[in-house]
Design a protein around this ligand. Structure first.
Ligand SMILES: *Cc1c(COP(=O)(O)O)cnc(C)c1O
Length: 437
């Protein structure tokens, strides 16, 4: 059904996210009718390989039969009930299973509907914890340079991406940032590990001076997604955990993008063998089906709110907190991880992609090729100032959905991608790069 008229109506009625709408005068929106596996289909039967998992959310493909069945079953029972004063089976089961899977000690789950809200919750809980503990002066945060934690006002205060933040600086609290361990910034001859250790030293200096006023340090473990898939050595997290303990500052692990197997382990923190004080999950939590987020925290934090006084409690809420349909999608997602031994299967897929990607890696215009788990990224030397836009359009012609960030191209495919589909992804990307360099 979509024709030019439909796309014009869409532009007029729908204000699209992260978009300069005027660009769509010349760049047509892509109308999608249905999805199947890694493929998205438009109304003319043209298809696109979803190499970015629809903004990093999809894990097991579009229209996954097992997740569909779980949601359909739940629809016949209970679509939603408020979670204040009430409870239901999916939310209890999900909380227990997440606690079993997560780094030890994160036994309490607080739910919301999107990633930014999970960040808000972790920040508020941290400050409220210190207030309840007689330390109301600890109300500032630290984040990493180029960190991204969402775009609501509290989340923006710990986000360090000028494009998202500058226009709202009058509304946003100014928090400090410390050196990112992004291994691309290592000095010549310095290993990723040595650079991460050096950056942890900078964190220590900051904590030494300011710990009295700091509630929490928030990080994206192992991969800073919106920074352009900046990857770093896990020793940074191990050191950060020790420093936060030493200086009595909470560690918030924002695993919204990297959790749920994306970095090769179920949660990225596992690779540093740490338990954060707060762990935020969203994006892949429901397999990319429904908006749901969770903040998992420790008994120490939970107990600081447990009291007779109402005001000691954590009074934050969202209408759809713990939505049963979303919880069932998340439970079905966890079932697939267990039934299909997904982490082991992904290691095989990553090994295959790493083999076939060699010609791309060796391309003279490709720099900083890097890989963690099911994320690959590299920079492209291109003379085109509008590289990202051109790359996106040319990729569509190759049946690929690629969405570069600046000159950084990345693959973050659904875990069900097959070898043939990986072949297509690499070959299509190579021809796009050839055309743009
Ligand atoms: C996407 C993302 C968020 C924000 O999640 P939304 O659901 O888009 O609000 C926060 N932190 C990280 C690391 C993310 O990648």
């Amino acid at each position: 059904m979509p024709n030019a008229d439909f796309l014009a109506r869409s532009r007029a009625a729908v204000w699209h996210p992260c978009t300069q709408m005027k660009r769509h005068e010349t760049l047509p929106l892509v109308p999608i009718e249905r999805g199947q596996g890694v493929w998205l289909y438009d109304f003319d039967g043209k298809r696109y390989l979803d190499a970015v998992s629809s903004w990093w959310v999809n894990l097991f493909g579009h229209c996954n039969p097992r997740i569909n069945a779980a949601i359909t079953d739940q629809l016949g029972k209970l679509e939603h009930v408020m979670l204040a004063g009430f409870t239901h089976e999916p939310v209890v089961m999900l909380s227990e299973r997440l606690a079993q899977l997560a780094p030890a000690g994160l036994g309490h789950c607080f739910y919301a509907s999107d990633g930014a809200s999970a960040t808000e919750i972790a920040l508020k809980m941290s400050v409220h914890y210190w207030r309840n503990s007689g330390k109301p002066g600890k109300h500032n945060f630290i984040g990493l340079q180029n960190g991204y934690h969402g775009e609501t006002l509290g989340a923006l205060s710990v986000t360090d991406v000028a494009l998202f933040k500058d226009a709202y600086s009058v509304l946003v609290k100014q928090n400090a940032t410390v050196m990112s361990p992004d291994s691309r910034n290592a000095a010549a001859g310095e290993s990723a590990r040595d650079y991460a250790v050096r950056c942890a030293g900078a964190l220590e200096q900051h904590l030494q001076r300011h710990h009295d006023s700091i509630a929490a340090f928030i990080v994206e473990p192992l991969v800073q997604g919106a920074a352009g898939m900046a990857m770093y050595h896990p020793i940074y997290l191990t050191r950060a955990r020790a420093l936060c303990d030493q200086y009595k500052v909470h560690l918030i692990a924002d695993e919204i993008a990297v959790g749920m197997g994306r970095t090769g382990t179920m949660f990225a923190c596992e690779q540093a063998e740490i338990t954060p004080d707060f762990m935020c999950l969203s994006k892949g939590l429901t397999g990319g089906y429904l908006p749901l987020s969770v903040v998992m925290t420790t008994d120490d934090i939970y107990q600081a709110f447990y009291a007779d006084e109402m005001t000691h409690g954590f009074l934050h809420s969202h209408s759809y907190t713990g939505n049963p349909l979303a919880c069932r999608a998340a439970l079905a997602t966890l079932d697939i991880f267990a039934q299909d031994d997904v982490l082991a299967a992904n290691r095989g897929k990553a090994a295959y992609l790493n083999r076939i990607v060699q010609p791309l890696r060796d391309h003279p215009a490709v720099r900083n090729f890097r890989h963690t788990g099911m994320i690959w990224a590299f920079e492209v030397d291109s003379p085109h100032a509008d590289f990202a836009q051109r790359c996106f359009s040319l990729a569509l012609e190759q049946e690929l959905l690629l969405r570069p960030m600046g000159y950084t191209l990345y693959f973050m495919p659904p875990y069900i991608i097959s070898e043939t589909e990986m072949d297509r992804l690499v070959a299509g990307t190579l021809s796009v790069i050839e055309a743009l360099t």
